[in-house]
Design a protein. Structure first.
Lengths: 111, 119
């Protein structure tokens, strides 16, 4: 069983729709990081959060530590939001932390 | 804005050959990491490095792999004798000291990746 699970695996939306991507984890974490990966492979940081909620533009991330669950929301989705969205659990290791990655959610937003 | 850089962007090598993937972390960062992503799969942790030594490594990081910070700026990943299954995208990452405080910005910053193809 994966320690970090994401759903859905694939998502197709129409432009303007509100999108939610979910992440559940079974490990103890210090923080959770939402990342975006474009077709070329590069990874872009979106949010890192250890409690509550963060907002940046049309993106909102929330985390519920007790339920070991985080969500990424995209309001007023646009075709340029099409990418793979990955949640990564920051797990403390010797003096630092490592990421355990989810499998990613492939989002396609249609014009 | 400072960024992590990686070279080359794409490396093609023959099975059994040695490869060195290079990374230049952000200059004031202290912790360095390598991750890999086999095509179509999730990103996986390989190794973390601090104060000129490995602080943790995964089971993937066997004796064929080594890391080094040969000078004050570069951080390298060497694969001694490449196998077909080493074909993947390799990401370097770095960050500053580790303090988790209400989601403070101590995230790891990723490089653009090196796509390694072993033939």
């Amino acid at each position: 069983k994966n320690e970090v699970e994401q759903s859905p695996q694939n998502l197709t939306a129409q432009e303007g729709e509100f999108i939610t991507i979910n992440c559940s984890y079974s490990v103890g974490i210090s923080a959770l990081h939402w990342l975006q990966q474009h077709p070329g492979g590069g990874i872009v940081s979106l949010f890192m959060l250890s409690s509550g909620k963060k907002k940046h533009g049309r993106l909102i991330a929330t985390i519920n530590i007790q339920e070991k669950h985080s969500s990424l929301h995209i309001t007023a989705s646009h075709p340029r939001d099409s990418a793979v969205y990955i949640c990564a659990a920051a797990v403390v290791i010797s003096g630092t932390y490592k990421y355990i990655f989810g499998t990613g959610t492939r989002l396609k937003v249609l014009a | 804005e400072p960024e992590v850089t990686q070279t080359p962007s794409h490396q093609v090598t023959q099975m059994g050959q040695e490869v060195i993937l290079r990374c230049v972390p952000i200059s004031n960062h202290l912790y360095f990491y390598w991750y890999r992503q086999i095509l179509g799969q999730k990103v996986e942790f390989l190794v973390s490095f601090y104060n000129n030594e490995i602080s943790e490594k995964s089971e993937i990081f066997d004796d064929q792999f080594s890391v080094e910070r040969p000078d004050g700026s570069n951080f390298t990943l060497k694969i001694r004798s490449t196998k077909l299954e080493d074909s993947a995208m390799y990401f370097c990452a770095s960050n500053t000291r580790i303090v988790f405080s209400g989601g403070a910005s101590n995230e790891q910053y990723f490089g653009p990746g090196t796509r390694l193809t072993v033939t």
